[in-house]
Design a protein around this ligand. Sequence first.
Ligand SMILES: Nc1ncnc2c1ncn2[C@@H]1O[C@H](COP(=O)(O)OP(=O)(O)OP(=O)(O)O)[C@@H](O)[C@H]1O
Ligand SMILES: [Mg+2]
Length: 472
Amino acid sequence: MIATETTLDLSVPQSRYIASTKRYKHADGPYRCGKTWALLWAVVQHCLYYDGKNGRGGPARVYIIKETYSALLDSIVADFQTMCDIFCEELVSFPKSPPNVQATFKNGSKVFFRPADDPVTARRRVGATLSMLAWDQIETCDPATFSPFNSRVSMKNVICQTLTTSNPEGHDWVWRKFIDPTAPLVRAGSVEMVQFHVSDNEANLPPGWLEDQKNSMTAQEIKQYLEGSREDFSGLIYPMYREGVHVIDDFEPPATWKKYRGIDFGVTSPTTCLCVAISPQNQVVVYDEYYAVADTLMEHIDRINEMCGDTEFEAGVIDPSCINAHHDKYGRSYSIRDEFVEAGIDVIPGTRDWDSSTSFLRWLMKVNPVTGKPRILFTRRCPNILKEFTGYRTKDSDLDAAGRMYGRDGAHKGADHAIDPTRYVAAYLRPKFIEYDSPEAARKLTPEEYEDAHCWESPGGAPRRELAWQSR
Ligand SMILES: Nc1ncnc2c1ncn2[C@@H]1O[C@H](COP(=O)(O)OP(=O)(O)OP(=O)(O)O)[C@@H](O)[C@H]1O
Ligand SMILES: [Mg+2]
């Protein structure tokens, strides 16, 4: 297929994408992983090969499509010009004023650059025959714009192909058309789906680019736009969680900080204990985590006691269902909580109000725009809760338009074995925040301290900044 010797080095997915002769080729992957470059080079190769000579079809006629003219001119047109200047020197003309944006090769092959909502294409459903359609970032376009272009790809004596690229947007129309194993085109074997990764293209990116991006993205954005995950991220309950914001390496709470622990008991699922410390200024740190499956309750209790050592806890809070009768002992019925208490782990039942305790934990996790810090931090000694934040989500419809939750415990997807005990402790600590936010407390603060403490929404959602300020 490749007509000329080139000095262009291609990554493995780029080579596979370019070499495939399937009717549809889809490049899927995160930012900056070389998808557009592969698409453009495939177009160049196609144009050089199909010159209409020696029984080959042609000259080639290719449409390159992107969302709008400005998207085309900002990126693709410039990349195409650079690529041709450096690696092929076969262009004879390349006007760039819309609607006349087209590159002509010496052999007569032509590439037309068109926006997805091109009115000319929309009017003339049956237009010029194409040998190739190349569509960059197709996920940004209306799916209804696809067929009018695609149906033109029918030139004789040519391997007619439609090339697409996209950034992952969950289970969107692109996924349903080119990736879902049950999609008709996929089932028929007509699609070459090539997964691209940033690591394939690291050599062509500025040093430090990946690290910079990671630090500015949420965990969900990292999975989606840096790792290329097609997972459906809708409905995350803690979407504000960011590794770069909420996680600290390690932390030994000073003696002046009060300590609490939250416990969740599981039989087949893990039993967990999260240790939480709070500063006199109400900074919360979740500093240690027990998370394990074991054969017996006593095994968990021993290991939790071992982890906590001789730390003095102000209080412990346990899953409220652990106060139910569980087994008989010494001639009376015992609960899970009784066993913990008997072993020196004093615990009271946690809240049953999932909705308001979740709201409050979300509020703790919000970032104060003044200090850039959330009210709650987690150390790397708690890897499971950090993992749970990125997977715990509502079932489709229990977030309303304003993002409030209609929560019912049990109506959620994803693990919450470590989130739940943290939520119990957070709910237990909530009165401290209300006290701290009171007008009496506000009067004792300097304006700077006040601004720092009050520039967030109140627990529960309603902005309290104005109110509290007025009552100073
Ligand atoms: N084979 C290659 N040789 C040289 N440079 C390359 C190659 N592949 C990609 N690049 C460079 O890497 C950069 C990123 O590639 P490209 O624009 O194709 O990524 P992308 O996957 O389309 O990213 P995005 O999703 O952000 O549009 C390009 O600007 C290009 O300069
Ligand atoms: Mg691109």
